[in-house]
Design a protein around this ligand. Structure first.
Ligand code: ATP
Ligand code: MG
Length: 152
């Protein structure tokens, strides 16, 4: 169905903000308009990104969520300033059951499924997903979804 993309994103973020005292979910949106997609599934992906950002940022509190329109895509990114991902493991985090093993300071619970499921959802919606990350500096997870204006 068609839905207002930023409005849906904002709702998801507000719900998640209630689950954390410590972390501040900061929105930085530019207009994206309406898109045709599976609203609940897209919300699930955003939720996976943000819950990861919270979990893997034990010592920093800022999480920045951006949304923007670029040509025929909407792009959503979730940036954290947490533990980051080693360069040689970055490509593997979307694999089923893959987890970066914790270091001495941190162990994090999880199954290694959130990003795999997310990437399958985004693929099915015709989009793509990627990550930029620097170990012990933080990570930025993004997805892009195609926008078809011809039917809006
Ligand atoms: P769950 O199935 O509960 O989501 P998980 O969080 O371990 O478990 P994914 O969300 O698929 O699984 O993430 C896979 C791995 O990628 C994680 O185990 C973690 O090592 C790494 N990762 C994901 N998001 C981040 C992040 N924001 N910062 C650092 N590492 C991350
Ligand atoms: Mg996860």
């Amino acid at each position: 169905t068609w839905f207002d993309f930023n409005e849906a994103l904002q709702e998801t973020i507000e719900d998640l903000q209630h689950t954390t005292q410590k972390h501040k979910l900061i929105q930085n949106f530019s207009p994206t308009g309406k898109i045709y997609s599976d609203k609940d599934r897209i919300s699930q992906v955003v939720t996976n990104f943000i819950t990861n950002a919270i979990k893997y940022s034990p010592h920093t509190d800022t999480i920045i969520i951006t949304a923007q329109r670029e040509n025929n895509e909407v792009i959503v990114c979730v940036q954290d300033f947490g533990v980051g991902i080693p360069e040689d493991k970055k490509d593997r985090v979307f694999e089923q059951f893959y987890r970066v093993s914790g270091n001495k300071q941190h162990t994090f619970p999880g199954l290694g499924l959130g990003l795999y499921i997310s990437s399958e959802i985004i693929k099915r919606e015709g989009g793509r997903m990627w990550v930029n990350s620097v170990e012990s500096k933080g990570s930025t997870f993004c997805f892009a979804l195609p926008v078809d204006d011809t039917h809006s």
